[in-house]
Design a protein around this ligand. Structure first.
Ligand SMILES: NC(=O)c1ccc[n+]([C@@H]2O[C@H](COP(=O)([O-])OP(=O)(O)OC[C@H]3O[C@@H](n4cnc5c(N)ncnc54)[C@H](O)[C@@H]3O)[C@@H](O)[C@H]2O)c1
Length: 271
């Protein structure tokens, strides 16, 4: 069972290269995982980590979110909810357009670097923030990562090039004195800020991720021997988890009548 976006990407790459040796279930790709955990869980816990570490007032700050995937969307919308002026950077034209039509400013990171107060990477990529960006940043900018691991921000460069590094100026925050005289603050050593500086996602969203893991494990263990490839979580499992979660939240929804079910599956009328 693979829980993470980056893990699934790697396993699909292994399958394409013939390097995968065991069947894998892409739990991350289940809607009951990435639509909720990545968006609402990462969205909330990332801001939680930044606020705990820095005590910053988000309202009125310019927050730059790199990557408008499921995590980036959650982070951007929660930052906006706290009153930030949110900028999104992307490399995918569809997602950049979506961010623009969701009402965020979209620009190149080199331009965002000059105006951001808080930077948050959520791409799964490497070197999204590099020396080219650090040198453009305002004095006092905060750098954080909530994506893959400590390569989204080029921490190795910062450690090599900084004139001086003050560790733990506040808990989990290191001050890097750059050669241009400015200081940038790195949160949680560039590791996942929601785990390094807070406590990860709330249980109310991890329940769905772990239910998906558990039920997909049961399905894989009880069913026929799975071929060696990356498998999707069966949709019936997702629907059952969503129904149970709704029940736990005391939410009732409508059900289709036989007439509606027939109408929705037909083409004779309304075509
Ligand atoms: N912090 C956590 O607890 C947590 C939780 C879930 C996922 N993750 C991780 O967060 C990362 C993102 O996950 P996701 O589900 O949002 O993935 P996703 O694939 O939906 O989104 C990633 C986005 O980043 C964009 N991107 C890639 N390189 C970029 C670059 N150089 N500049 C700007 N944008 C770039 C992609 O175009 C894509 O839209 C993954 O590494 C995932 O494993 C972290």
């Amino acid at each position: 069972m693979e829980e993470t976006t980056t893990g699934v990407i790697r396993l699909r790459a292994m399958a394409a290269d013939g390097a995968l040796k065991i069947p894998v279930v892409a739990v991350n790709d289940a809607q009951t995982k990435h639509l909720f955990d990545n968006r609402y869980g990462t969205g909330q816990s990332t801001l939680d980590g930044i606020i705990r570490a820095t005590g910053i007032l988000v309202a009125g700050s310019v927050v730059v979110v790199a990557g408008y995937g499921y995590c980036g969307r959650g982070i951007a919308s929660r930052a906006r909810g706290l009153g930030a002026d949110v900028i999104v950077t992307e490399v995918d034209p569809i997602r950049a357009l979506e961010a623009a039509m969701d009402g965020f400013r979209v620009m190149k990171m080199l331009d965002a670097a000059k105006v951001g107060d808080i930077f948050i990477t959520a791409t799964g990529d490497k070197h999204v923030l590099t020396s080219a960006h650090f040198t453009q940043m305002k004095d006092g900018a905060f750098l954080s990562n909530s994506g893959h691991f400590d390569v989204e921000i080029d921490v190795a460069y910062l450690n090599d090039a900084a004139k001086k590094v003050e560790r733990d100026v506040t808990r989990h925050v290191d001050a890097y004195h750059l050669s241009n005289g400015r200081i940038v603050y790195l949160l949680g050593e560039g590791r996942l800020v929601n785990l390094a500086c807070a406590e990860g996602h709330p249980a109310q969203v991890m329940d769905m991720s772990f239910a998906t893991q558990a039920m997909a494990s049961e399905w894989a263990a009880k069913g026929a021997q799975l071929p060696v490839k990356v498998h999707e979580v069966p949709v019936e499992i997702e629907e059952e988890i969503a129904a149970v979660k709704l029940g736990a939240m005391s939410i009732k929804i409508d059900t289709l009548t036989a007439e509606q079910r027939k109408y929705l599956a037909s083409w004779e009328s309304g075509t």
